[in-house]
Write a protein that binds this ligand. Structure first.
Ligand code: MN
Length: 311
């Protein structure tokens, strides 16, 4: 028998338990769903293809299949690094160019659960304007920073974050895989905290819902699959103008420094501080400023039940 006794913790499987839910919807206006995703411990990622005439679908599909080829996916090892991810993304970039003649591209964002010195981390990656968020100890943060024209205008102080959401060029990305000159991903490394909930989504979600809408659903719907379904339904009710893809990942039973699981007390923070890995403005905005409420928000959205199909 090659099974380990249950009482012996495996090197690669600490107490950390991930539960997750996911879904995708073509939306109400698009003929095709050009989003692709992978939700398979330890890789959770969304790719939003662009190019039309099925080329976008090809691009996002190639990207996700490239990630699926990472050996750690088969073994469940939490030993993926940013360098390894970057290798697979370079491979995806050239495969997309070959397959589509550089006429199609894709965004990519997501989180890979990795382990360093026995501690679990979210290794977050991003190219383009799909997004990775984290709800951690009551704080809701957008981890990824969009590679988009409007994000550049916001960074330059020319428009506000709110103006960016309605700007005519809000869909123009400045980095993508498979097209253009800028194909490098940004990476962040964040310690996994007990009770963390990570959201990975395409802009079909964030184009329809404010961060406040998203937070309300994430913080009121317990089951990750129900949360993913509720987010998608809310985006469809708000117009569903784009393909919408959502992954929700919950972390439980996070090991503390002594190697024992804790479910009630926060563990000691590991050596990597969030302040080091998050752009300052981003972190301050997400953690200290009250999230704006949208006008005329229907109260029944709070329940997370899908009882308003009549809309
Ligand atoms: Mn999209």
């Amino acid at each position: 028998m090659n099974q380990q006794p249950a009482s012996v913790p495996s090197t690669f499987e600490p107490g950390l338990r991930l539960t997750y839910g996911y879904g995708t919807d073509r939306g109400l206006r698009r003929e095709l769903n050009e989003d692709s995703y992978i939700a398979s411990d330890p890789v959770f990622a969304v790719a939003d293809g662009m190019g039309g005439h099925e080329a976008g679908e090809v691009a996002s599909g190639i990207c996700v299949r490239a990630l699926a080829a990472i050996p750690q996916l088969a073994t469940g090892e939490r030993s993926v690094t940013a360098a390894v991810l970057q290798q697979y993304l370079v491979r995806a970039d050239s495969s997309i160019r070959e397959a589509t003649g550089a006429r199609a591209g894709t965004t990519l964002t997501g989180a890979v659960v990795v382990e360093q010195m026995g501690m679990p981390y979210w290794l977050v990656m991003n190219i383009g304007d799909s997004r990775t968020y984290r709800l951690s100890k009551g704080r809701f943060e957008r981890i990824s920073v969009d590679h988009s024209e409007v994000q550049e205008l916001v960074d330059a102080g020319e428009i506000t974050a709110e103006e960016a959401t309605v700007h005519p060029r809000r869909h123009v990305v400045t980095r993508a895989l498979g097209t253009g000159d800028e194909t490098e991903a940004d990476f962040w490394l964040l310690p996994v905290e007990e009770g963390d909930r990570v959201l990975v989504c395409s802009d079909g979600l964030t184009g329809e819902l404010s961060d406040a809408d998203v937070l309300r659903i994430l913080s009121t719907v317990g089951d990750p699959q129900d949360a993913a379904d509720t987010l998608i339904q809310a985006a469809l009710r708000n117009g569903g103008s784009d393909n919408v893809t959502v992954i929700v990942v919950d972390a439980r039973n996070v090991l503390n420094d002594a190697g024992t699981a804790t479910t009630t007390a926060p563990r000691q923070r590991a050596g990597v501080e969030e302040a080091d890995t998050l752009p300052r403005e981003q972190a301050a905005e997400a953690s200290t400023r009250p999230l704006p409420q949208q006008d005329g928000e229907p109260a029944e959205d709070r329940s997370g039940e899908s009882h308003d199909g009549r809309h």
